[in-house]
Design a protein around this ligand. Sequence first.
Ligand code: PAF
Length: 284
Amino acid sequence: MSKKENSLKILKSIKSAKKYLMELDKPKVLIPTMGALHDGHLSLIEIAKKLNIHTIVSIFINPIQFNDKKDLEKYPRTLIQDIQKLKALNVDTLFAPNVENIYDKNFQTSISVKNLQKNLCGTNRPGHFDGMATIVLKLFNIIKPDYAIFGKKDFQQLEIIKRMCLDLNLNIKIIEGKIIREKSGLAMSSRNSLLTKNNLILAPKIYEGLKLVKKSFTSSNKFESQSVIKKLRDFYLKNGLKKIDYIEIVDKETLVKTKKIKKGDTIAVAIKLGKIRLIDNLQF
Ligand code: PAF
């Protein structure tokens, strides 16, 4: 291991993070994660490195954004491998606190970005986005980054964070990272590692379907959302993707469902394969 690879500073508590980062007194970019780092995360780190400022990755599996206890229990935990990856990419600092440190026993505050969570994942994951926004704001307050980077696979999360920053006058520039895909087209996700062999074969159909309806949108000018949604639903059912949580077409900023598709709208899906729920999206 090279000398540079050894220089990752690991901070495990709010107190040590605040002290270290205050004394450091440098511009900072934060990439919040829940660990189980894959190439999607690594692409966000590459964006951060190009800013040439202090790069911090946080790893914290945030219990209050899991509306399903079993999902939280089985979420992949790979801290040792994650640290190796961060060292190899010369990340400056890892913030990896434990749950008790982040949430004291009387914790009772919640951030709610109301309208942007009405559709898509907000419908079947009650409390998820409040929990997510709450931890992101806490991380922003602890780390005080100048920039923060989030991937577009979770595009509803990204819009909620952008809105929260505007509404609460946070002086943080949010940078968007594009969706990184496996060769098969499957969007990279920490949850992919939990898929069975059979479901790993089925999963790329999620993106295949999105591409198919996008193609027909441009070539045949079918602007009705409902007909596109039906076409995609039929494609998924025919290809063995039976547990469709939602297929929605929304305005990319307001996340309100669109009746007639216009350029820039986003088609987003959530599908369960076995017990694993995957999401993906594509912009028209
Ligand atoms: O996208 C994630 O991994 C999480 O939702 C985040 C932003 C780290 C908050 O826990």
